[in-house]
Design a protein around this ligand. Structure first.
Ligand SMILES: Cc1cc2nc3c(=O)[nH]c(=O)nc-3n(C[C@H](O)[C@H](O)[C@H](O)COP(=O)(O)OP(=O)(O)OC[C@H]3O[C@@H](n4cnc5c(N)ncnc54)[C@H](O)[C@@H]3O)c2cc1C
Ligand code: SF4
Length: 486
């Protein structure tokens, strides 16, 4: 156990963020660099090393949280990093981006603020990179088997790293010009600087994983031919089809899917453009969708110099406390103030967009909405509440409907889909096609990075067993697992 009295003597303290006025002028991560390490050992010491650590179940990866809290408390960073990597290939991603369902399940959280598990995780891995403890782990022997991974998001990267380390020869195919999936194009730099992806890719290259960018399977290489060329295939192609809003005026200029807008801003940070082809500068911006993708649009619009930013959500405002239907240790729906929300803008709940209006050049100028309420379980417009708000840039951040089928990937492989339109899989993450597996959002639907890594690791075990008849690789989850989390 870390500090036997830590939870009594130390209060919860989280990572400090830079002043809003400073951080909206740049794209660096919002946190004060180096502010976590001086406080983190005492924070780790708040862990009670519970007999039944519910945080294990809260984390889809089954991270060994009390073990690495103990090492972090003792400042044995090398041992902490080893335990962290036992269950998580990329703790620098989850330590920055995970909504931390583990903390909702922390036993201390029953009547006190939970242990800052996510902050401990990121401190351990950042320290490990600083001290050179993260080294390539090339396999001792090669199996002679080959695997193609389609998609280079967290699921594809986790599957590829596990399979490479197991001795298989792995090539990752990515249709974008850079590796990383939504970590690279989607998630803004201020939430995670891309240096963290780049150095993992260097590690993976040194271990033997091959990367092929700007190759779209189904379009550039026929899926069935790929299957013949490799002994096994992992589909980690994400759920990248955005949900649309088919209301009058949708065709006006200035109305974009969030995933048309955000990647262009990422590309500015990568040095591809000086100014983004779609920018919020000087505009009244409306973001439709109250989730994380919407928050990323809000933060991006602030940094681009928007005149105003309004975020609309059709559902009512969530509560500040757990409601009785979401008791500890489940992951509750709570009102969240993300770093982007701290930076300004207005959030409007219980509203639905009726139509857009534009000027004579076809550019959007206003968004018309109505308030809505639940009547007989259905969201219903409230008469007399219609109004218009100025809108010169609108981003649609209303979720995703499934994996992209336009390139023929699904049809060429002959993949079966489940009732939600995702690629169907069995307990080993195998699809209906022999030797073809699926991991991450492509099989699960749009979810979280922690689930993508967990599925990538589990699918790798399924592939390893398929190729060799047995596997020593861990399988944190089964496709149907929801654990205690989102
Ligand atoms: C804007 C945004 C912000 C988010 N923020 C968070 C967050 O803060 N925390 C969190 O936990 N989750 C977040 N998520 C969700 C999270 O990013 C995803 O759940 C996760 O990235 C899924 O990983 P994946 O590997 O399954 O797919 P993806 O990351 O979507 O990667 C799939 C990759 O496959 C490639 N691909 C697709 N088809 C082909 C093909 N035919 N050939 C070759 N390549 C192909 C795509 O180009 C893409 O690079 C966010 C999502 C979005 C959209
Ligand atoms: S990956 Fe997420 S759920 Fe797991 S320990 Fe880290 S912050 Fe918690």
């Amino acid at each position: 156990m870390a500090d036997p009295k830590g939870f009594l003597t130390t209060g919860r303290e989280v990572a400090k963020t830079r002043p809003v006025g400073e951080r909206v002028k740049d794209w660096n991560e919002v946190y004060v660099p180096g502010s976590l390490l001086p406080i983190i050992s005492k924070q780790a010491g708040r862990c009670m090393d519970c007999g039944i650590p519910f945080c294990h179940n809260g984390c889809p990866l089954g991270n060994l949280i009390p073990e690495w809290n103990d090492y972090a408390y003792r400042e044995d960073w090398q041992a902490a990093s080893e335990r962290l990597h036992a269950t998580n290939n990329f703790p620098e991603f989850t330590g920055r981006l995970c909504p931390a369902p583990c903390e909702s399940a922390c036993v201390l959280g029953i009547n006190q603020p939970a242990v800052t598990i996510k902050n401990v995780e990121v401190s351990i891995i950042d320290k490990a990179w600083d001290t050179g403890d993260v080294r390539p782990q090339a396999p001792e022997r090669l199996s002679g088997k080959t695997v193609a991974v389609i998609g280079s998001g967290p699921a594809g990267l986790a599957a590829a790293q596990q399979l490479t380390r197991a001795g298989h020869t792995v090539a990752v195919y990515e249709r974008a010009d850079r590796i990383g999936g939504l970590l690279r194009y989607g998630i803004p730099e201020f939430k995670m600087e891309k240096v963290h992806i780049n150095r993992r890719i260097e590690q993976m290259r040194a271990e033997g994983t091959k990367f092929r960018t700007e190759v779209e399977i189904g379009r550039d290489i026929d899926a069935a031919k790929l299957r013949k060329r490799y002994d096994a295939v992992v589909i980690a192609a994400g759920a990248t089809v955005s949900r649309d809003l088919p209301v009058p005026g949708r065709e006006l200029n200035g109305i974009h899917f969030a995933m048309e807008y955000l990647p262009l801003s990422n590309k500015v940070q990568e040095g591809d453009f000086v100014t983004p082809p779609i920018t919020a500068e000087g505009k009244h911006v409306v973001v439709i969708g109250g989730g994380d993708t919407g928050a990323d649009c809000v933060g991006t619009a602030h940094r681009q110099g928007a005149a105003s930013v309004t975020q609309l959500e059709i559902m009512p405002r969530p509560g500040d406390e757990r409601n009785p239907g979401q008791p500890w240790p489940t992951f509750p729906m709570l009102y969240k103030v993300t770093s982007a929300h701290e930076e300004g803008g207005e959030r409007v709940y219980s509203v639905s967009t009726t139509h857009f209006e534009g000027d004579e050049d076809g550019n959007v100028q206003s968004l018309h909405l109505t308030e809505v309420e639940f009547i007989d379980g259905k969201l219903t417009p409230k008469p007399g509440t219609e109004r218009a708000i100025p809108a010169q840039l609108v981003t649609l951040a209303m979720g995703f409907t499934g994996t992209d089928q336009a390139n023929g990937l699904v049809q060429q492989f002959g993949l079966e889909l489940d009732e939600r339109g995702n690629v169907a899989r069995d307990a080993d993450f195998a699809t209906n096609v022999d030797g073809v597996f699926v991991a991450g959002d492509a099989g699960r639907g749009q979810s979280l990075i922690v689930w993508a890594i967990a599925e990538g690791r589990s699918a790798a075990r399924g592939v390893d067993r398929y190729l060799t008849g047995a596997s020593d690789l861990p399988a944190p989850i089964r496709p149907t697992d929801r654990a205690l989390t989102v």
